[in-house]
Design a protein around this ligand. Structure first.
Ligand code: SRM
Ligand code: SF4
Length: 563
């Protein structure tokens, strides 16, 4: 290992396949934290060390160590869990985590505010319920997303099976996870090996998703690797493979950018794992291990050139990509309400504000879902937009579930349309990267935005609105029709022009705006849209057609829409 590599490369190399000193760190009673190296290694086991940012300064002034705790992210391919698992996931959270369960934008769940001493019991408990957290985070393939598509359920099970198989295939093979958390037998490092990743794993995180057109709820083009299901005569005939998507950027650094994935070609289903492995190992060998800001696959592809990258993958997978098949995506968010599946079972998508499973006045998400899980005979599916599908409900149980939905206020009837397609990332107080609020502020912001829309006669406006506390882009704001990206406390960059299908990046409209400025800018846009949009034109397409991002100053000064 030369000095020029990023220090994380040395941490991985000397970690003995992700063991580091995690065992010692966990039993060190002098601090609620773990060592800096172990913080990096913990991610591969699914957890992050965090501290409460609300109390950080106060504790610093009192010479106290930060209020440390841990966040654990589970691996849940395709977001599918049984109702039995759901009940256990809740119980474990109540007993061992200090904050409400959180559904994520990648179809899994997170526990926040776990004390160091509770980390191991919590990991053991979720494993007892057949869920693990291996590769939930870290420089490996993360939770594999899959379109939950309840209305074509026969195909869903085939496609879901592929997402599960990809996830299993790309899991780290080290025994460290079993040894450290599940008290598995210690394995000699000489026999531990990583056939796909090697000793230093990947240069950076890696994300894979599987989509079933016409729904792009997984935002397939924002993933490092995407498989788009091609369906012929109701059967899966293969996948269009896309690679090199990613959202993360750094404010003020033009060498970092959001990027949509490029098309590699079509493959037959039996080649799926070989192609996934070939893309991963190409990234392993060609990715940037010096600068983590430039280490994602999107930069590797831009550096190599798409043709060279495709050839390398073909060589490693021992195949030739076939010409890409035509696909049409029509939607980006979730579809709410009851949908009847082809097997006669019913599926209900419910809105979970910011993915936080919490009881609010008139909206008891935690209690209601536990009651449903106790009687429901099908499963639950977490969507890529932090929502939940109560899936495979037999017709004779629909009424009973509907009654619980009504009693606990889980119906979408009273939720404004604009809110149904909007998401915010976690941000403060747990996220160390947050520059501005997101989840905690978003409901208040949306209420104000909904009032602005209503004033312009757009009460039923449908638009993909996404807010993040920083430009890492955890709520995929760069493919939103209206994106708000945290710049500093109370300040956001406003981006416009996504197409509502996840096929076009939006563009920066104006920078560093406070709430009043954002609402005023969007008021002008809404007014302009209400007066001049074409039949069926979305607000994202409208602002793109009107070239808002290219002329922010002129449009802002536009008198016609100023009042
Ligand atoms: Fe994320 C880092 C939360 C989806 C891009 N993300 C983080 C951390 C772990 C902060 C940190 O570095 O310590 C956040 C923890 C906050 C907390 O307290 O929980 C965090 N990311 C989340 C979640 C929970 C947001 C949510 O509201 O649901 C999502 C968990 C997904 C999952 O289940 O695996 C989440 N993160 C995403 C997505 C969306 C996606 O993958 O579809 C992105 C953009 C796509 C991409 O990766 O390009 C995303 N997160 C990042 C980045 C920027 C990566 C980059 O290439 O620059 C970081 C920072 C980093 O990796 O250094 C980050
Ligand atoms: Fe944290 Fe930034 Fe991700 Fe939001 S976008 S969760 S603030 S890293």
């Amino acid at each position: 290992m030369t000095d020029q590599f990023h220090e994380n490369e040395a941490i991985k190399a000397r970690s003995n396949f992700l063991r580091g000193t995690l065992k010692e760190s966990l039993v060190d009673n002098l601090s609620d934290s773990i060592t800096a190296d172990d913080v990096q290694l913990g991610k591969f086991h699914g957890f992050y060390q965090q501290d409460n940012r609300d109390t950080r300064l106060q504790r610093q002034n009192q010479w106290l160590e930060p209020d440390y705790s841990f966040m654990l992210r589970a691996r849940l391919p395709g977001g599918v869990c049984t109702t039995k698992q759901w009940l256990q996931i809740n119980r474990i959270g109540e007993q061992l985590a200090g904050a409400a369960l959180r559904l994520t934008t990648r179809q899994t769940f997170q526990y926040h505010s776990i004390l160091k001493r509770n980390l191991k019991p919590l990991i053991q408990e979720i494993n007892n319920n057949l869920i693990d957290s291996l590769g939930g985070c870290g420089d490996v393939n993360r939770n594999v997303m899959c379109n939950p598509n309840p209305d074509i359920s026969q195909l869903h099970s085939t496609v879901y099976d592929w997402s599960r198989r990809i996830s299993e295939h790309l899991l780290p093979k080290t025994r460290a996870y079993h040894e450290l958390w599940l008290d598995g037998e210690r394995v000699d490092s000489a026999v531990d090996k990583e056939p796909i990743y090697g000793k230093t794993y990947l240069p950076r995180k890696f994300k894979t998703a599987v989509a079933v057109p016409p729904h792009n709820d997984v935002d397939i083009y924002t993933n490092d690797l995407g498989f788009i299901a091609i369906v012929e005569a109701g059967e899966l005939s293969g996948f269009n493979v896309v690679a090199g998507g990613g959202m993360g950027t750094t404010h003020g650094d033009a060498t970092t950018y959001p990027r949509l994935a490029d098309e590699l070609g079509f493959i037959n289903p039996e080649d799926t794992l070989a192609v996934a492995e070939a893309v991963v190992t190409t990234q392993r060998d060609f990715g940037n291990r010096v600068s983590r800001h430039h280490a994602r696959l999107k930069y590797t592809i831009d550096k190599m050139g798409l043709d060279a990258f495709r050839k390398e993958v073909e060589k490693r997978a021992n195949l030739r990509f076939q010409p890409i098949r035509k696909v049409v995506f029509t939607t980006q968010g979730d579809r709410y309400g009851w949908i009847k599946g082809t097997n006669g079972k019913w599926h209900l998508t419910i809105y979970i504000e910011n993915g936080r499973i919490i009881d609010l006045p008139g909206r008891e998400m935690a209690t209601g879902l536990v009651k449903i899980a106790r009687i429901h005979k099908g499963d639950f599916r977490i969507t890529p937009n932090q929502n939940l599908i109560i899936a495979s409900v037999p017709a004779d149980q629909k009424q009973q579930i509907e009654a619980l939905i009504e009693t606990h206020g889980l119906t979408v009837k009273n939720t404004p349309t604009l809110r149904l397609n909007s998401i915010a990332c976690v941000a403060l107080p747990t996220c160390p990267q947050a520059m501005a609020e997101a989840e905690r502020y978003f409901p208040e912001f949306m209420e104000k935005l909904e009032a602005v829309a209503a004033r312009r006669g757009l009460r039923d406006l449908k638009s993909v609105v996404r807010m993040t506390g920083c430009p890492n882009g955890c709520a995929r704001p760069f493919v939103a029709e209206i994106g708000l990206v945290g710049k500093g406390p109370g300040r956001y960059n406003l981006l416009l022009g996504g197409d509502g299908r996840g096929l076009r990046l939006n563009q920066l409209y104006r920078e560093n705006l406070d709430e009043q400025e954002i609402l005023a800018a969007l008021d002008r846009l809404f007014h302009h849209y209400a007066a001049e949009h074409e039949e069926g034109e979305s607000i994202g397409d409208f602002s793109f057609r009107m070239k808002y991002a290219e002329h922010p100053a002129e449009i802002t000064k536009e008198v016609r829409y100023a009042k």
